[in-house]
Design a protein around this ligand. Sequence first.
Ligand code: PHE
Length: 456
Amino acid sequence: MHKRGFWKTRFGFYLAAIGSACGLGNLWRFPYVVGENGGGAFVLLYLIVAVVIGLPLLIGELSLGKFTRRSVLSATSYIDGIHQHGNRFVWVGRAAVVLSLIVLSYYAVISGWVLHFTTQFLVGVFSPESFAQRGNMEVLLNNGWLQMGLASVHLLLTVGIVLKGVQEGLEKWIGYMMPVFSVLLVALVFKSLSLSNSANAFRFLFYPDFSKLTWSSLIHAVGHVCFTLSVGFGTMVTFGSYLRDADHIPTAGARVTIVDTLLSLFAVLILFPVALGASNTPLTDPGLLFEVLPRFLSQLQGGVVFGIAFFICLYLAALGASIGLLEVIVSNWVDRSKVSRSFATWITGGAAFVLGGIAAVVSAYMRGMRLEGRSFLEVMDSLLINWCLPVVALGLSLVVSLGIKTVEKEKLFVDQNKIASVALFPHWLVMIRWMAPVVIGVALLLQVVGLILTGI
Ligand code: PHE
């Protein structure tokens, strides 16, 4: 096995982990999933699932990486090796890597959308008419080749950064962007809360009306929590494998979860007051962010400049997340075979380009077609995030709970200087061993029941 890089500073780990967690999942996906599931009750469900399932799983993944000092594929086969029980867990590692590749491709397409709006805002500085004509979703959704081109630009950038290696590559980029993005987001929250619709939006988002939940809402919450925390892809196993001995995993996990959740809440606070005013955009539309925000920004005074800054930051967030995804696949590949890092990076980037390009072109051609009222993109998204991802996350909870001995887990979790970690350890064990598998299992079952009842 090649020598592993370590984070130069603890900050470096946080930048990469938060950079991977915070991305399009928070700003693009969360709002429309909340819209789809009727608002407040789902937000509450989401928050509970994040604490009870997401955080324990995140801690579990980081622990698996730190314990084995390997990426997910080697880690799972290493665990199989320790227990000498054949290939019991390695499927989890394989599934996580395949999932990462598929998600990287489709993430590249959505990142391409962000690039489109970034360039349109830039053009808008010089030519407002052009922005009015081209700065919308219709232009994009009808043009699969444009989406493919934008996705390829995004993948090239991602490949370029990952080629530079873990430390220089990851740490630098995300660090520059975070403070700027935080300021922009806070400014936007204030702006949007001053709109006349903000009381309605608040009510929609925080008043739980449980009758709005459906059979699939629980799995939607589980799937999205895993997606947004980058759990179930092996990303956090890789990041954990680079942690130094002194780093405390539960603290790291909690911080990543808090920052990520706050960002998601900011996203809905920004979007819903605007979206509820723009009556013709359905809240359930996967294009919600892109339908609503550019129009809103372009109407503000100085909005174009704001739009440029916002979309550049959003793009960098998407880039941070893509880097995490590509990094997992590459580090797994390099760990397992003799290929060079650059070869693995180029080939993976190329594969993502082919898959993402096909998805973009197919979805543009199939725009008019609907499957049970859903577009191609929605069907793919649901298949990946609401079916495959929870299954892999469940597998990972089993790898950690059954594959690593309790004493080892205790060493990874407990820091004698942090009394809370002693008290919380048994709770984490229960969550990862019982809560996570049972809740995910039940959620999948409810989704199946829902499908049967609604007659597919
Ligand atoms: N967590 C990222 C987001 O919310 C997506 C992602 C998943 C990134 C898995 C890396 C690995 O956008």
